[in-house]
Design a protein around this ligand. Structure first.
Ligand SMILES: *Cc1c(COP(=O)(O)O)cnc(C)c1O
Length: 462
């Protein structure tokens, strides 16, 4: 198994190289050269297995023997032992045929833990094997930073520097990052906004000379290993509801498209999926593209579902690569046009996408309405991201005899603002986190200056 770029120009890489590499050198994203297949029997045999065992079986072909089976099984088992629910990602039945897949039982209460708990361990494994150390840098406005810190806090060969905009993230999100006191974790509060923090991280990746040869690693959702880890819960939940003997549909609250692309990979591997419903907030590029063939950037809107606030959906490129029959030149050409001006997909690729994907966009007023309505009907309090999925699943249901699985991407306690606005007193943090607001914090405030940030990294990495 090798990995190739969606733009067709960068060299093919091994699994190890692809885990340690972010974007391809031609500006594309790495995808597997061939899609491993799960047969009817493979899926049937997964019934009743633990999540960790299903994870091992689904991901093993992607790892391609580059980690021995015993070691890989151990890394997977350790990653998912950090989740507070025995089922790791339990299914919660809402009504006759609508289920919530609760992806928020990890250390930071959002689905990004599923991928980052494994990615940290994979990076550490490969670095140790090579006798190398690496530095992770990332900018966050919330979920990714805390999940990355939790995923790397025990990694001997990694130092992680996460930049967040000073006094512009919620208290729960800040404390989830800054209360991790591990020696290799460095939180930097930038006196600026998220874009300032992001620009400094991008500049550091573009010119890494300040690190004198130490590898700089990205843990954003373009890393293939994050997609790979997310394929697992599509397979596990479908098997729990009767796959391969019956089909399911999925509804996915989406932004950068990493999550739903993982579902599409599960389908391509052989999982019987009727349809994928893409839910967006008011930042609706994915919905506009699918519904109206309007593939264009629009101004960022700050919404009640902030982890879905994006202008460009980076992983959509991976789906375009498939829709354009893996023609890297056509993808490169389309994306160059998209960067410059509003554009549209060609007819045949768009038709292909519409065979399997539906979409729906949900604005802030509707998010509040859905939180109230879902509570009235099911007694559940949904987080605002999951609320977009709940509504999209209802509106784009398709065949009602097919079970619909809506992915619950965050715990409602993490996004109390929307829950309170919807008229509820709030939701308590789960028991293992109920002292979060009393925990000791550690972070460094720095001006929004590249040299100050890079100097801090150089002085503090181990
Ligand atoms: C990151 C995130 C999303 C969006 O996921 P993508 O993979 O970027 O599409 C949705 N909900 C929550 C809570 C998130 O943290």
């Amino acid at each position: 198994m090798r990995y190739i770029s969606t733009r067709g120009q960068a060299p093919a890489l091994s699994f190890e190289e692809v885990v340690l590499t972010g974007m391809a050198s031609d500006g594309g994203l790495y995808v597997p050269e061939t899609v491993p297949q799960l047969t009817h029997d493979d899926l049937a045999e997964m019934a009743g297995l633990s999540y960790a065992e299903i994870a091992f079986r689904v991901m093993q072909p992607f790892v391609n023997g580059e980690i021995d089976d015993d070691t890989f099984r151990r890394l997977v088992t350790e990653a998912y032992a950090t989740f507070s629910h025995d089922a790791v990602v339990p299914l919660n039945q809402l009504d006759a045929n609508h289920f919530l897949l609760e992806l928020f039982h990890g250390p930071t209460l959002a689905f990004k833990d599923v991928a980052l708990q494994l990615l940290g361990r994979l990076l550490d494994h490969f670095l140790k094997k090579r006798g190398e150390r690496a530095v992770i840098m990332g900018a966050t406005s919330g979920d990714t930073g805390s999940a990355a810190i939790e995923g790397c806090r025990h990694c001997d060969n990694l130092d992680i520097f996460i930049l967040h905009p000073y006094q512009r993230v919620s208290e729960v999100q800040r404390r989830q990052m800054t209360s991790v006191l591990a020696d290799n974790v460095f939180n930097v509060a930038i006196e600026g906004n998220f874009d300032d923090a992001q620009a400094m991280v991008k500049a550091s990746f573009a010119d890494q000379s300040f690190l004198n040869g130490t590898r700089l690693v990205a843990v954003n959702s373009i890393n293939w290993a994050r997609i790979m880890a997310q394929i697992v819960y599509y397979v596990a939940s479908a098997v729990a509801l009767g796959a391969p003997h019956r089909k399911v549909s999925f509804c996915v609250p989406s932004a950068n498209f990493g999550n739903v692309f993982a579902g599409y990979m599960a389908y391509r591997m052989g999982l019987p999926v009727e349809r994928f419903v893409i839910a967006t907030n008011a930042n609706d590029i994915l919905h506009r593209t699918l519904a109206a063939n309007d593939f264009s950037k629009q101004e960022l809107k700050a919404t009640l579902a902030p982890s879905m606030d994006i202008v460009v959906s980076s992983n959509f490129e991976r789906l375009l690569f498939e829709a354009y029959d893996r023609d890297g030149a056509a993808v490169a050409e389309l994306l160059a046009r998209f960067q410059a001006e509003p554009t549209a997909l060609a007819d045949a690729p768009l038709a292909r996408l519409r065979e399997r994907f539906a979409s729906h966009s949900v604005d802030d007023a509707t998010i509040l309405e859905v939180i109230r309505e879902a509570h009235h009907r099911t007694q559940e309090i949904l987080d605002p991201h999951t609320a977009t999925g709940y509504r999209a699943a209802e509106r784009e249901r398709g065949d009602a005899s097919v079970p619909m699985i809506t992915l619950a991407t965050a715990h409602p306690a993490k996004f109390a603002e929307a829950v309170v606005k919807a008229g509820f007193p709030g939701v308590p943090l789960p028991p293992h986190m109920d002292d979060l607001l009393e925990r000791e914090e550690r972070y460094t405030v720095l001006p929004a200056e590249l040299s100050a940030v890079q100097q801090f990294v150089v002085e503090n990495r181990r």
